[in-house]
Write a protein that binds this ligand. Structure first.
Ligand code: 5CA
Length: 425
């Protein structure tokens, strides 16, 4: 992509309303625009990151055999009256009336809709286990939307729903998804700590939140210091769930078994939340199947959320410096920023164009700064946008055939022959 033709409305000034780094950086880097409290337009650069995150989430869901669907954002109130949540959900639910005076709502979550679908089509144990998921916008009229996309009112969630015959089978599914979540977050450069949690408005008896440690997190978490020494391979359900880790509300109501020196307390950002709630929805919504011995019983269910749009902010909280964002390669909007310091010089332009085309044919995503701007502006913008690699071409490239290759994360710069830079990346 050529920056001169692109749409990245970067800001020089730090927006006054933004209290935390990720919110400031997302506004300054031109990733989102706030329309009204907690509601955002995703601009091109922000959308690229949002899409990369979605792709990783889908790949990991598909890998463990979940099936993708797409449910509507607008739901009939009737289903929520059946489950008993229509009144209970309170003011956080955006209620809508259609032209025929029918009560509708903008979905804050989708247990009712998916259970209704499964109730209609799944009649036998042979169809089980079944996990359906979607990535869809949700609306929650949060009392205090804040921190940009981290606590929005309209936000993008991956929500998955599992259906099993027995509570043992449902627990196995829960474990499988728990482990898949750790892998999903790791691919985005995040180490998530699964903490036991309250089930809140979703309900049920087993629940974990996936938290990343960040000073700006909204939750307080308590966990065993041994978590920090667990390697990725050790992070299985059986190992991790034996270590003490609890979210605030949970920690208050139970005995903490750890000696104080082993207990860590930190602020955390909740990037995912999973629930096992048995027949809470299947019973009232009539999702029942026949068992091998001919009985008819309600399905055992769980639900599994990932805050897809929140993750964009969370990744920035975990990875930035005073110059800007530092994208992990897996979610970076482009892999490389190509900076031409001599725009207008026919020879340097030709070299830069050549490299831009070469990188593009190798499927390396490049943002080419071909603007006629001062070097300082170009460097500052590229650091702000935070692409993993920067390549700088200028007078020296003409003299020596060398370009400068900079790693955004380490700051390390090397001189390298122009022909070799694509391979190096
Ligand atoms: N039905 C279940 C799981 S499918 C559910 O709704 N779970 S949840 O309420 O915990 O939400 C799932 C995830 O969405 C959270 O872990 C969080 O990462 C994200 N999330 C929740 N509220 C917001 C919000 N206001 N803004 C941005 N992300 C949010």
């Amino acid at each position: 992509m050529r920056l001169s033709q692109y749409f990245i409305p970067t800001l020089k000034e730090t927006p006054a309303e933004a209290q935390i780094a990720s919110h400031r950086l997302m506004l300054r880097a031109g990733m989102v625009n706030q329309e009204t409290s907690g509601i955002y337009t995703w601009l091109p650069l922000g959308l690229l990151v949002l899409e990369k995150i979605q792709k990783i989430v889908c790949e990991e869901q598909d890998r463990i055999g979940c099936h993708k669907v797409l449910m509507p954002t607008i739901q009939p109130a009737e289903l929520w009256k059946k489950s008993g949540r229509y009144e209970a959900y309170g003011k956080e639910m955006l209620r809508i009336t259609d032209r025929h005076d029918r009560e509708m709502l903008y979905g804050p979550t989708n247990e009712e809709v998916i259970t209704d679908v499964v109730a209609q089509y799944v009649k036998s144990y042979r169809a089980l286990p079944l996990v359906l998921y979607q990535i869809q916008w949700k609306f929650r009229d949060e009392i205090r939307p804040r921190f940009g996309v981290m606590r929005g009112r309209e936000f993008l969630m991956k929500d998955g729903y599992s259906f099993d015959l027995s509570s043992e089978a449902a627990t196995e599914t829960y474990k499988k998804i728990y482990e898949s979540y750790l892998r999903t977050f790791r691919r985005m450069g995040l180490t998530a700590i699964p903490v036991r949690a309250d089930t809140g408005a979703i309900g049920g008896n087993l629940s974990h939140e996936f938290q990343i440690v960040a000073p700006t997190g909204e939750s307080t978490i308590y966990y065993d210091g041994h978590f920090e020494s667990l390697s990725a391979e050790d992070m299985t359900f059986d190992v991790a769930s034996k270590l003490y880790a609890a979210a605030d509300e949970m920690h208050k109501v139970e005995e903490c078994p750890l000696p104080v020196e082993q207990l860590k307390t930190a602020r955390g950002i909740e990037i995912g939340h999973i629930f096992y709630f048995g027949t809470k929805y299947s019973e009232p919504l009539g999702a029942k199947v026949t068992t091998p011995d001919g009985q008819t019983i309600p399905l055992e269910m769980g639900s599994y959320g990932i805050g897809v749009s929140r993750l964009v902010g969370a990744i920035i909280e975990a990875s930035h410096d005073d110059k800007g964002i530092i994208w992990p390669e897996s979610v970076a909007p482009f892999k490389v920023g190509l900076i031409n310091l001599k725009v207008g010089d026919a020879k340097v332009d030709a070299l830069a164009e050549g490299l831009y085309n070469h990188l593009s044919t190798k499927d390396i995503e490049v943002l080419y700064d071909d603007r006629d701007e001062r070097a300082g502006t170009k460097f500052a913008d590229m650091d702000l946008i935070g692409l993993p690699w920067q390549i700088v071409l200028g007078n020296r490239t003409l003299d020596t055939g060398m370009v400068e290759l900079k790693n955004r994360k380490t700051g390390e710069k090397v001189e390298i022959a122009l022909e070799q830079v694509a391979d190096k990346i």
